[in-house]
Design a protein. Structure first.
Length: 449
């Protein structure tokens, strides 16, 4: 996956790079990507970079030159770095008000800004005045390097290390652990310092190995960091690799459709016993929790009060679908989508009568989404599509605008060519519980008495 795909860059973005462990390399890598796509890319800094790094840019200009000169440079080289002055090997960028003027005067597609310093260290805690983010910023890329893992928590490896020690009480010199990096990234006083709450923020775990234990540790850091809703995603990769992003962990919600009338069953099927301890709905939600889905909403209707009581000790939110008697699945799906937090990137649509749902299937679906395989991910068994289906937020408005009486399949089938299918070796994705015979067969298939 390319950097611009992982970060969700759009024309008109002003992108500030903060943190440590590869800010300049990431900025340059993104700049070349966009230039190769035909974009006109301006870059600068609100702090300073080493003069030797200027050779990495295809074109360098003083920021006070005429805007026509900058525009012509963009025509020829597509990627231009602007500076204000150079002295003793240090290059400084223009003043904030000059950056505003440049945005108005120069016809570029995107502005990339190095807005932080870290003295080449892999991890940092900012001082009170840092980072220096332009007010026009729309996207912040928060960088940290996994090369910090296992290194001593000291000034030789961490910029402004004392702030981390004072904040958390970690002992100086102890080896840096995965959860510590996650804590720094998601902390409003550290990684998120001086970043306005209305900005998109994507963290980038740089210098991650492409496979094995290193990538698993990066994934753990990403999941811990995403407990803070301020982060819209955590990209995992290495900026110097041919494909710099291996995956992007984003907040994913789950909508459990449990509002049905159960007319063919003769009793509320979601409340039928499944294991010795759990009903069907409790078992399904437990599998979602085991899959580390943190934003789970159960849509209720029939026997809503009882379902809500069962969800309460599990810490799971419920929402009542007033139209459950006549609105079919679509009305429940709409109710669930409306309950998803703003920062959730995609929703896993789960049937409340599919008790053999398996975490390994959910994991494959979520990994396909993280690796950028598609924005609609569906499991497939013997060329038959099943559930649960993951649907990116980009399609939610289409679902919410479907008229009464429609089916969610309308949107899914409209985007048939955009669906990525995950092949699985279990028919559990196809089978649900509609009748007493279904119930008995599913229990038998699950190995239950």
């Amino acid at each position: 996956m390319k950097l611009h795909q992982a970060f969700g860059v759009v024309r008109g973005d002003v992108i500030a790079f903060v943190g440590a462990g590869g800010k300049t390399s990431t900025l340059i890598g993104l700049g070349y990507e966009l230039a190769e796509m035909g974009w006109r890319v301006l870059a600068t800094t609100t702090t300073a970079i080493a003069e030797e790094q200027l050779s990495l840019f295809p074109h360098v200009l003083a920021a006070d030159v005429d805007s026509d000169v900058i525009s012509q440079a963009l025509n020829t080289d597509r990627f231009v770095f602007l500076y204000s002055d150079m002295a003793q090997g240090v290059v400084r960028g223009p003043a904030p008000q000059q950056i505003t003027h440049l945005m108005d005067a120069v016809d570029s597609d995107v502005l990339l800004v190095e807005a932080d310093v870290a003295s080449g260290l892999p991890l940092k805690a900012p001082f009170e005045h840092e980072p220096m983010i332009p007010p026009e910023t729309s996207l912040v890329i928060l960088v940290a390097s996994l090369s910090a893992l296992g290194k001593p928590l000291d000034e030789q490896h961490v910029y402004n290390v004392q702030s981390i020690i004072d904040r958390y009480g970690f002992k100086a010199g102890n080896r840096i652990k995965s959860p510590w990096i996650a804590q720094v990234l998601r902390d409003e006083e550290l990684g998120l310092r001086n970043i306005s709450s209305d900005l998109r923020v994507v963290a980038f775990l740089n210098r991650t190995s492409s496979a094995g234990y290193g990538r698993a540790r990066a994934r753990l850091i990403a999941r811990l960091a995403l407990r803070r809703s301020r982060l819209h995603g955590v990209a995992i990769g290495s900026v110097r690799a041919t494909k710099p992003i291996y995956e992007v962990q984003r907040p994913i919600g789950a909508i459990v459709l449990a509002a049905g009338m159960s007319t063919r069953m003769g009793q509320p099927k979601v409340l039928l016993p499944w294991t010795d301890k759990h009903t069907i709905i409790e078992h399904i939600v437990e599998q979602l929790i085991n899959s580390r889905l943190q934003h789970i909403v159960v849509v209720t209707g029939n026997h809503a009060k009882t379902v809500k009581q069962q969800m309460k000790p599990m810490g799971v939110q419920t929402t009542y679908n007033r139209s459950y008697r006549s609105g079919e699945m679509l009305s429940s799906l709409k109710a669930g989508l409306r309950m998803m937090p703003d920062h959730v990137s995609a929703a896993l649509i789960v049937l409340g009568d599919q008790p053999r749902i398996q975490p390994r299937v959910i994991y494959k679906i979520m990994m396909a989404y993280a690796e950028g395989k598609g924005d609609i991910i569906a499991p497939s068994f013997e060329n038959r599509r099943g559930h649960p289906i993951l649907i990116s937020r980009r399609y939610w408005s289409e679902l919410l605008n479907l008229p009464r009486g429609s089916s969610p399949r309308t949107v899914i089938n409209t985007h048939q060519d955009e669906i990525y299918y995950v092949n699985v070796n279990t028919d559990s994705i196809l089978r649900d519980v509609d009748t007493p015979e279904d119930y008995n067969q599913e229990r038998w298939r699950a190995g239950l008495k």
